[in-house]
Design a protein around this ligand. Structure first.
Ligand SMILES: [Zn+2]
Length: 299
């Protein structure tokens, strides 16, 4: 599933490529992928110009000068590919459709611009969607209302991380990191990698964390998100974006899907456990469980 750094990569790429363009054509072959009626499309999409490409959590918001926005959620297998015969930019779920000739059988929506360039929304499993919504009412959508703060925003401090996580004191830290209502956009890879970086066992209840743990976790989380963003997001297959740069985060992941391999810090074999319903990777030496001892001290 495309995670926050991948969606941010798409946002940055599309902002550069489609801002200011006028939409002249829209084709869709699946009402689930694009539920708006022809009337809405004619009135609010065709002829409108793209003002801003933005992101909130894992959703993209393409703001149009018609007073409407195109909201896009890639879900499990969504990807967006821009092509104008000179520049080819694609990101999202890593399949060959990112670099092959489009449309193909995974293509659900094609948006044509007045300069003949095109934006393809591909989605093999059809869980993703693209839909029009009045721009002024986006903040009222429950989908956005429920989202916690953005970890990549400049004012996201370790204190805010602590205060947000502390809303679920009894839950294991990994489960709380994955809760989109607590913090927006953290997925499985980034939860495992940031907990390893902060030397915190994923099953540690939030109430057992100290300020020093939150500081390390905050630092580690931001480092890992920015590192991945620099690489164009994570993927377990390589893909190529506009500059021919490959997204290869998993090649330098320290614990994620590295069970049995040595921990880069101490050499002990990484293990995989099941936690919060997800495969969870950790170093049993660097990330020791905190347990309550008689007398209340944590070891
Ligand atoms: Zn280790």
């Amino acid at each position: 599933m495309p995670e926050l750094p991948e969606v941010e990569t798409i946002k940055l790429g599309l902002a550069r490529l489609i801002t200011g363009k006028t939409i002249s054509k829209v084709r869709s072959n699946n009402p689930k992928s694009f539920p708006n009626t022809d009337v809405d499309v004619k009135r609010f999409l065709l002829g409108s110009k793209i003002r801003v490409v933005d992101r909130r959590g894992k959703a993209l918001i393409i703001d149009l000068d018609s007073g409407y926005s195109l909201l896009i959620h890639l879900k499990m297998t969504g990807q967006l590919v821009y092509d104008d015969n000179h520049v080819h930019f694609g990101a999202g779920h890593p399949t060959d459709s990112l670099i092959s000739k489009l449309p193909d059988k995974s293509t659900r929506v094609v948006i044509g611009f007045s300069d003949k360039s095109k934006l393809y929304f591909n989605d093999q499993r059809k869980f993703g969607w693209m839909r029009l919504h009045p721009s002024a009412a986006i903040g009222d959508l429950s989908f956005f209302k429920r989202l916690g703060p953005e970890p990549l925003s400049t004012d996201f401090s370790w204190q805010e991380l602590r205060d947000r996580l502390s809303l679920r004191p009894r839950s294991p830290i990994k489960a709380v990191l994955l809760d989109q209502g607590i913090i927006a956009g953290i997925g499985n890879i980034y939860a495992d990698e940031s907990l390893w970086g902060a030397k915190i066992h994923p099953a540690t209840p939030v109430s057992a964390l100290k300020d020093s743990d939150y500081k390390r976790l905050h630092k580690s989380l931001l480092e890992i998100l920015k590192l991945s963003l620099d690489q164009g997001g994570s993927t377990d297959r390589t893909y190529v974006d506009a500059e021919g740069k490959k997204g290869n985060y998993l090649q330098f992941a320290r614990v994620f899907r590295r069970q049995g391999k040595p921990c880069p810090r101490c050499g002990r074999a990484i293990i995989k456990i099941r936690l919060a319903g997800r495969g969870t990777h950790l170093c049993p030496n660097c990330q020791k469980p905190k347990s309550t001892k008689p007398g209340g001290a944590y070891n």
